[in-house]
Design a protein. Structure first.
Lengths: 355, 355, 355, 355
């Protein structure tokens, strides 16, 4: 199922070694100013080769809008956007044919479909997220311009180290998309050392939605945290999702965990916002915040044992250029999926309740 | 949105103080033997008053099948099941009218809908999960009988204590649905003390799906872990979801985290199953396992500060009978939502790939 | 699939000889005044026994609201409504077990599901339309009160006779829901004669939606006429659907068929409205009108030949009380399905375009 | 809403004067041999310029597969196919800006979206059906190869003349896709005369599905005839749909209309198949047949009156190359939509009932 969303909907396609990846954005509000450059800025935040700690592959990921925009504005009909592959020439992946790389999707795809594209994971490659970022760029723009909603994220933990400080300005200044200026140098060194050792690191990302409308979310199965969880957990390599204090709240008693409402200056809000801006599946208007765990890149430059589809145990050394850490490039993807959920629920709310 | 599932679908209704709660199960396979007693056994695992550490409310939650079963077997048409409220007489909830209880859904519902049932949360009460357990009971039965799949769960952490041992036989023998026999006495004492103090505890639950078919999951947006995350995060009070090692895997290097495939006795499987039985959104055939964090019950017997819909800050003492800890009654709900997802994806897989 | 609608959604259940039929209305706008009597008035228009030319069965079809309404107003959460069967005692239908009645759904149900309720068709009985009328009653009320939209219908052809005059006031005054006062007496006589002969009649119904908003419909697959066609063709015994001039427009040249737009008094509208108020899948604001063909009641009081599930050809005389003509009771059902589509698309339009 | 289907799903995009039109086919069964030529053969049946009675525009409509096929076989992941526009250079459509062509979608689009592509209707042009034919070509191939189902269609009425004879072999031999060899010459002459006069003709098409599995269709809202009606009525210019005898059955008494089942040679089937192969929303295994009315091409070469978006009544002469009759090119589109519905329901049936 490659369609996401109820009203604001994306449908995506594309394998990493195919001629193109792309997306159809359906049901977009009409009259929105939109050009390739609005999308390109987000694709550039996701693309490989943007720093020494991302994969050195050279892909420019230039997007082309094929439909849905007329004289610079959306018309309400489907917006198709594709990114052609620079380098679609058939490389030699014969050594991966029939091989199940450790902690990769190969085995599941073979079990499910029987016939699969073994070249770098085909559809299971993170290259499919190009399509998500395109959709997210449009959603983010609408949210910002029409509703004043701002979505951003940062690396909250890398390897074993959690960061404390949150300096929003710093995030786009550093290649790890950290928000903790002080911790940056040490962490960069760790990432570089790990990369040079042919190994990889994981971490935790935090996403924030500032100034969301209250009332978003469609209980009981379309609760906002459920929709966000589904969106985020559908991103490659994500292993965990928590909203607000998440797992940590289980250390507390109810009397400590509870978050009173406070009426102040004619507005009511949560005092501590420990629930992450969502209660009972509906946004309260407080900043929505959640975290997601991403595992260390499974593609590493070390010899590993595994099996193939002939029932043989084999030794494997995967070649190619990989990210030593996924977080910097994943953050725009998480922001995109978040934007898709939030805009979808703004539209659902408008549809049902007429605001 | 009160419908869940793609092929095996439930649609639920009901507020805690309404005349009934219930569910329509749509698209159920025909020819399945089904009676009220198959469902009742799961409802009894969820019902209040089942032990000294659940809410002492007396609800028997007797289910009635209204359609879809003929001469003891499902006919493939919608199965409607309702549970009438024993005690629908209007209690005095006037003191809660317009009040936003701390960490409850009241505020969001008022923002979203304007007009709401303030009595114990109305639709936002956990009473709606009766409907989920009914649907889950049917899904579990089909999964077990037709596919040999077994779904079970237990309390993996209560308050600050994580449990190590997993003794499956012990789970249904103790009121906390713990799987760690040794840790039980101490934990029970903690729960009782907390209850007597008018306070509450949270914790973490682990769910396991034994013997799942390989190939379940519909990338990229219907990945199995995404569907499970959505299902679990839609349950009241759940604040986090992680699959396999989840957040903990971020402490590891890629070379430590990676899980090789092993061919053994003509079968290929994951060596460590640290990814939780799912890779790239598709089940590998290994046991699926995940964890969910549930916050301490927000309804506590202590005076709290909060606000009401007149913009006043008030003191609040919520009366009523509440669970000092949600885990024991939540576990059947998590199992139910898991069963709904797994059966749905078995049917999706059959639909697409013909197995 | 027993759920209908994108935003305003109904999910229905119930067999004719089960204990109840009912519906869950999901995503209803909040704050709408609603009571059982609002629904009952439409159920009474559909119920059997309302005249000498409907089935003489005695069913009062009393509805009960189980959820979603609080202190007389909708709360935005699911509205469940059921109608208990008066007369659920098991009659003797043994002679129909395994029999495939001519032009009935029995055979298809047996092929599809294997196991089926053979008593009067079970789920395939028109009794399921009780649920549709409940959902439609709510949709109609909202459309009328909030958007000034009025939906009504009448018998446009009975047997071989097409009617010319349309006197809206006459419709609810006569048992055939005809709008042609002059043609009534002759037609009633025809129906009575046919009934007394144990036979049945079919006909064509016309539905009109007065004062619809312009802009409804979601091309290309959610075109308004497509959604209406699906809604109407899902009603038992309906064999054809046409919008505007429908099949008759094929007799014309393009220059005759084309319908110019006219600007008049500051408003632009279709001159002839031969397209039925919809062009390219979107409402123009002109009255929406369409027709549907309904076949003669298949249950007749005559001996017929048919086969059973043992591969035997048999003679069959179906007992019971049947409608000699389905149109009078079907019209409220068509109106209901129309209301569901229109309100759904008002909400979709509001969701996407913000009006 | 530009997605169609439950399990076998297409999502389409593209305007007539945009750079490309295309489709994403989702959830396709894996392992199906597929190449561009399998699709091209159907596109060629739809393309303009194929005869003297279709639009003389020269579009070759060459398709390119961008994803989902690997080494000549589908992999179960989304199949994206695009057709680039040959001639995307901006022609002069300034005279149509703000104009509402008679019986065209212009007005509705302007009401709905505010901002629209006025060049030849943009998204409302029949050019979008290229995407449908691509999806249909894949569905047809799977239905034929894996289930032995054959879908075909023909012109059953052109202008005022209904045809009687059905010679399947003749259909692809003549430019009007008529099945009546005798009536061809006269009809061709009529079409040519009408064309030369700058006018247009409508008609009725009949579609047949030979050898369908019994049991397809998902009552009550996913009844097969309802799904077909929706699919067909979503095609541009279609004004009516009827299954089996359709509107004509209303001329009969129940005793004449009823169609007995007959057990013969170990198989049970409908004697007359007057219901069109579907009863109660489920296929019986008999040939499925239905008809659809298509209006005369609204684009004619005659001066017409109409209005524009400044509230002015104007005279309009639309230039360009148009089809004098839509039927020949529409038939492959109807076949395509039919194939999409049938395959979708084969997969749904497999998903629910496990066949």
């Amino acid at each position: 199922m490659n369609t996401f969303g109820n009203l604001f909907r994306i449908t995506t396609f594309g394998e990493t070694h195919g001629p193109a990846v792309g997306v159809i954005i359906d049901n977009c509000p009409p009259g929105v100013e939109l050009s390739e450059s609005d999308i390109q800025v987000e694709l550039d935040r996701r693309k490989p080769g943007q720093s020494a700690v991302t994969s050195p592959r050279k892909e420019d990921d230039i997007c082309e809008i094929l439909s849905g925009v007329f004289e610079g504005k959306t018309t309400g009909v489907p917006i198709a956007v594709i990114v052609k592959s620079k380098d679609a020439k058939s490389k030699d992946y014969e050594n991966l044919r029939g091989v199940f790389r450790p902690s990769h999707a190969d085995f599941g795809y073979e079990m499910k479909y029987g016939h699969r594209d073994h070249r770098s994971g085909g559809r299971a490659s993170a290259r499919e997220t190009v399509s998500r970022v395109i959709g997210g760029a449009v959603a983010k723009k609408i949210l910002k311009e029409q509703f004043g909603v701002n979505i951003w994220g940062f690396s909250q933990k890398i390897g074993k180290t959690e960061f404390e400080n949150v300096d929003q300005d710093f995030i786009e200044e550093n290649p790890l998309r950290m928000a903790d200026r002080e911790a940056f140098d040490t962490t960069l060194k760790l990432v570089e050392t790990t990369r040079d050792d042919g190994d990889s690191l994981g971490g935790v990302m935090e996403i924030r939605v500032d100034n969301p409308p209250a009332g978003l979310g469609s209980p009981v199965f379309g609760k906002l945290e459920a929709e966000l969880a589904r969106a985020i957990m559908s991103i490659p390599a994500i292993k965990g999702f928590e909203i607000g204090e998440g797992f940590a709240i289980t250390d507390k008693l109810g009397s400590e965990a509870n978050d009173p409402f406070v009426a102040e200056d004619g507005k009511t809000h949560s005092k501590k916002n420990t629930n992450g801006g969502v209660l009972g599946g509906i946004s309260t208007g407080d900043t929505i915040w959640f975290r997601a765990a991403i595992k260390p890149t499974s593609s590493i430059h070390k010899q590993q044992q595994t099996a193939n589809n002939k029932g043989e145990n084999i030794d494997l050394l995967v070649k190619g250029r990989h990210d030593p850490i996924l977080l910097p490039r994943a953050i725009p993807i998480l922001e995109s999926m978040t934007a898709l959920v939030i805009l979808d629920h703004v539209m659902l709310q408008r549809g049902q309740c007429g605001i």
